[in-house]
Write a protein that binds this ligand. Sequence first.
Ligand SMILES: Cc1cc2nc3c(=O)[nH]c(=O)nc-3n(C[C@H](O)[C@H](O)[C@H](O)COP(=O)(O)OP(=O)(O)OC[C@H]3O[C@@H](n4cnc5c(N)ncnc54)[C@H](O)[C@@H]3O)c2cc1C
Length: 404
Amino acid sequence: MARKEGKRVKVCGSRHSPSDIACTTGYMINMKHINKVISVDVDKCQIHVEAGVKLEKLNIDILPRHGLALSVLGAISEQTIAGAISTGTHGTGYNHGIMATNIVSLELLTGRGEVLQCSASENPDVFSAACCGLGALGIILTVTIQCEPAYRLHEIQTSTTLDDVLDNLDAYVEGSEHFRFLWYPHTDMVVISKLNRTERSISTTPPSWFWNKLIGYHAMEFSLWLSEFYQPLVPWINWLYFLIFSSQPKERVDIGHRVFNFDCLFKQLVTEWNVPRNKTGEVLRELRDNIDKRRFYAHMPTEVRFTRSDDIMISPANGRETCFINIIHFRPYGRKTLNTKYWVVYEDILKRAGGRPHWAKEHPLRNKELSELYPRWTEFCDLRKKLDPHGMFLNAYLERILSD
Ligand SMILES: Cc1cc2nc3c(=O)[nH]c(=O)nc-3n(C[C@H](O)[C@H](O)[C@H](O)COP(=O)(O)OP(=O)(O)OC[C@H]3O[C@@H](n4cnc5c(N)ncnc54)[C@H](O)[C@@H]3O)c2cc1C
């Protein structure tokens, strides 16, 4: 129908990408009902599912029934598996890749109308491209995911200074299976989380309405709203929230996905670029100096995570051990504010350090710059043209990044 009408098609998952990557002026195919389990191989810890299945359905309903779990997750599980892999969604762990590195095979319906079976041995180039394909190559119909036996995670949370983490980065990053830290700009303090698989039984503190909801959500939203009118409040808010929620050590044991995921609170603008892991210190110190010297106000927290390198064609971690740095600007009560100065300085620092933007998040890079950042960029673009010769799956986002 789209072809006859000269329209385009965009396939979407949960529409959780904070950019226009999943938008279109043509037809939109919503994959939410394409979410069935096709088969499970418990011995190999592999599951073959339709591509619209949400991660939370896998975590809660499907995988536990077979004693399995996903090896790594990001902050939330509301994404579909195809949406997550198509944008290079990642969690953290120096020995873990982005989520797409756990895809064993997939089925792709191309713009030419053919269905390709893809894996490391069958159509390997298409497989490599489609594992982070930006929705540009066609529709992923099914995927086989490499899982692992269900596990619990032991999380230890402590605080320290930013300099301590940066001076001893390798020891921190490689000292646990999944390491991440949250930096509170203007305070110089960070909260570190060390996550390891454990045999210990579940021990968690039930959430408190007063601390988690009233102070941690409503009071925070209100104070950030006030700071929209008087920005010098921001450093005080960052200090206060660090002292209340993060200055004391914490510990818990829980089912893996419950430890990986957390509450992302209310509306926000985010941007996230990644740099080679060995540039982490240089980049964060420069960002801190700029925040201090230029006197712009940065919301907390800046989230810093790590993954191993991979060979997926345009994966953010292609060919390098990677550090992801996510900055945030909350939009209390939905206010439309743009901390442009902070964003521009951040992008400039990250760009100079060889930074690559998160595909799902708003960024200003174009074809030429991307071709310098991704060794296989031209191969990806050529393959896209071959699989979708009439540009059926293009949209404004893809046209921007593919044009000069
Ligand atoms: C609160 C929040 C927290 C987040 N946390 C993290 C995080 O911790 N780590 C991280 O890396 N990212 C994170 N993200 C980003 C998120 O993981 C990505 O935006 C992800 O792509 C969203 O998945 P989705 O199912 O909503 O896909 P959509 O946003 O609907 O689509 C994303 C892309 O995938 C394509 N696509 C979707 N389904 C298919 C299909 N079947 N075949 C082909 N292409 C398809 C679309 O065309 C589009 O190009 C977060 C986002 C939010 C809103």
